[in-house]
Unconditional design. Structure first.
Length: 108
């Protein structure tokens, strides 16, 4: 079975910062130095570079996201460490409550 290839997000975001947002280089340096970027890291980079946008655009972009098991486990750990309920964590990461409930049932 062939492993699905993933875009090189480190290279993509490094180029974006270098060409369009050089003043944000120091702010994003810690994330770009990581060996592997998770979906949460990519979301954080995106927010740091482009800032938050209007709600309609966020909803459209959310439909295009996908999470692997380690990303889901990271979100669930964040929820447990910060003592958040499904509604709070869903709003924080831009997910639905149903998704959070499904993930909790599957992985805990």
């Amino acid at each position: 079975m062939k492993k699905k290839s993933q875009p090189n997000y480190k290279l993509i975001y490094s180029d974006i910062i270098e060409q369009k947002f050089p003043h944000k280089k120091a702010e994003c340096k810690r994330l770009l130095e990581k060996k592997m970027l998770s979906a949460l890291d990519i979301m954080e980079l995106n927010n740091r570079i482009f800032g938050s946008r209007d709600q309609n655009l966020k909803k459209i972009n959310q439909k295009l996201r996908s999470y692997n098991e380690s990303d889901i486990m990271g979100i669930l750990d964040y929820q447990k460490n910060n003592r958040m309920n499904n509604l709070q964590i869903a709003e924080h990461f831009g997910l639905s409550r149903n998704t959070m409930t499904k993930w909790r049932r599957m992985f805990q």
